[in-house]
Design a protein around this ligand. Structure first.
Ligand SMILES: O=C(O)CCC(=O)C(=O)O
Length: 328
């Protein structure tokens, strides 16, 4: 695989490369892709060729009824596709209430092929010919539970599985207290995946707070960072949009988030406000807390334009600092 610093001459080089770039500690074949430099600049994987993508963020209403949630997901994907979206995103934990009480009982074993939620996603992606970032569901695997996002091709093929890397453990007295680590285990790998809708870096909710993960994805040539997420009424108004703009502007790429709609009866009050932000930090589309689908047109040529206007990637002082990508 040919590498080099990002430039107009090299961008597009990877379009013909492996369709799926799911990196993990054991992905030895990808080891040469990015140099874990300490004092020299890391070799940036060039972003793929440019294209325009119609994105749909399905801010679904979720309930305690899994069958109903699966039906709602299918119908949202159908609606997004009939409105012309080629990339469809679902929210974090869309098949269950967002609570530690629910995760164990709603969890599904994806690898064992015992996941009605995964089966529905694959079928919907194929049936409507869309690239699907299937939000997240609780996954059971080898006696552990994960908060897991599945990415499907428009042929319904599973392209990537991202297990939330940073668990949401916070305590803001009088605001929000949550400890995902009571039930969930953290994933061990970042996820960058090539799709028909561009090269996507996947994170789940709290993952957005960690700029290093987003930088690692940028070094791997991601064009769009997608974060299914469920912020809340304390941290949502303070940080949700701010973090998306920060990740977009720091890395000069698109960022999209997809939240569940707020359910007044739920123990966890989701913030909603699913949003798409462009590489210059402009909010392309957003919404309030109610159910609905947010659409945005992404033009990946924007990355190159912004990176040419303001060449941050070339101006970094790797003699002073660096990001060590330890999962290669
Ligand atoms: O970071 C936050 O404020 C919220 C994170 C969250 O809700 C989650 O990770 O599920």
């Amino acid at each position: 695989m040919s590498l080099g610093r990002l430039s107009s001459a090299t961008s597009g080089l990877l379009v013909q490369s492996a369709r799926k770039l799911h990196f993990s500690a054991s992905t030895a074949t990808m080891r040469s892709v990015v140099t874990a430099a300490t004092s020299a600049a890391p070799e940036l994987v060039p972003t793929p060729g440019t294209m325009k993508v119609k994105l749909a963020l399905c801010q679904m209403a979720t309930s305690a009824d899994k069958v109903e949630n699966i039906a709602a997901a299918k119908s949202a994907i159908q609606e997004a596709s009939s409105s012309g979206a080629s990339l469809v995103v679902l929210p974090e934990m869309w098949n269950c209430p967002y609570s530690n009480d629910s995760f164990p009982s709603y969890a599904e074993d994806i690898d064992a092929g015992a996941s009605p939620s995964a089966a529905a996603l694959a079928e919907a992606a194929r049936g409507h010919a869309v690239t699907l970032v299937g939000g997240s569901i609780p996954e059971r695997s080898d006696g552990k539970l994960y908060n897991t996002c599945l990415v499907y091709s428009k042929e319904g093929q599973l392209l990537a599985k991202h297990r939330k890397v940073h668990l949401f453990d916070i305590d803001i007295p009088g605001g929000v207290t949550f400890k995902e680590s009571e039930t969930l285990t953290a994933g061990q790998a970042g996820t960058v995946v090539d799709t028909d809708a561009g090269r996507l870096g996947i994170g789940i909710c709290y993952d957005i707070r960690f700029p290093e993960l987003a930088m690692m994805y940028t070094q791997r040539g991601a064009q769009l960072l997608v974060y299914p997420g469920a912020f809340n009424t304390t941290t949502g108004p303070a940080h949700w949009e701010l973090l998306q703009k920060a990740r977009a502007v720091d890395n000069q790429l698109f960022v999209a988030t997809c939240s569940p709609a707020r359910n007044p009866e739920a123990s966890y009050q989701a913030w909603g406000h699913s949003t798409a932000v462009d590489p210059f930090g402009k909010v392309l589309a957003t919404t309030d807390e109610k159910p609905g689908i947010v659409y945005a047109e992404l033009d990946y040529a924007e990355l190159e334009k912004r990176r040419t206007n303001m060449p941050l990637m070339q101006q970094k002082r790797y003699d002073l600092y660096s990001l060590l990508d330890k999962t290669l």
